[in-house]
Design a protein around this ligand. Structure first.
Ligand SMILES: [Cu+2]
Length: 205
């Protein structure tokens, strides 16, 4: 087989099985005052999603804080809870989407937790009241969380989606809306009003 024929066969195979090429969607989140806003969760729910390879994640405990404070995960993700502090923590959740209890432990003793249902899971530590973290569990593979610069980049195939936006400190919920991803890269500016210290914002179902 010549190299050219092999290349043509590869192209033909790809036309048959490769999904449409993903476009980069850049989320740029700021507060009303224009400050970059970290930990904004953006989810695009599409009509068909590729099957999940069993995904894994981790939520660490460092200096009596959960790291990261906000996670967004696909349903079915297996999450480890290493404890990097020299003191023990007791991680729990009363959230309906995942109720669990990792009794006082240190190091890597705690068994992993499978987040097997969509929804928001709020984590706490039984010993340290200030420890709080949020896990947004979603059925879609297309999601992101903004970093300290307020930005997140999602690779999403072109198509029509339902857009969900969430942050734990949202002053008012952001309405879900239809969002069209074109073939080219595009940006999604989000100006969000947050009220830290208030009630945890409801995660849009
Ligand atoms: Cu603790």
């Amino acid at each position: 087989v010549s190299a050219r024929a092999a290349r043509l066969a590869l192209v033909a195979a790809c036309v048959l099985v490769c999904p449409a090429r993903a476009a980069n969607l850049e989320v740029i989140a700021t507060t009303g005052a224009g400050t970059p806003l970290a930990d904004v969760v953006v989810v695009l729910d599409g009509e068909s999603a590729p099957p999940a390879t069993p995904p894994h994640g981790a939520i660490d405990q460092v200096d009596k804080q959960f790291v990261p404070r906000v996670s967004v995960l696909r349903t079915g993700t297996v999450v480890r809870f290493p404890n990097s502090d020299r003191i023990r923590h007791h991680v729990y959740s009363f959230s309906p989407a995942k109720t669990f209890n990792l009794k006082l432990y240190s190091g890597r003793e705690a068994p992993p937790v499978v987040f097997d249902r969509p929804g928001l899971v709020v984590l706490g530590c039984n010993i340290h009241d200030q420890m709080i973290a949020f896990v947004a569990v979603v059925d879609s593979p297309w999601f992101g969380r903004t970093g300290p610069d307020g930005r997140a980049t999602l690779a999403v195939p072109p198509g029509r989606y339902r857009l969900r936006v969430w942050h734990p400190d949202l002053a008012a919920p952001v309405a879900t809306r239809e969002f069209v991803v074109a073939g080219a890269s595009q940006s999604l500016p989000l100006s969000l009003s947050v009220a830290p210290g208030g009630r945890v914002a409801e995660f849009p179902p």
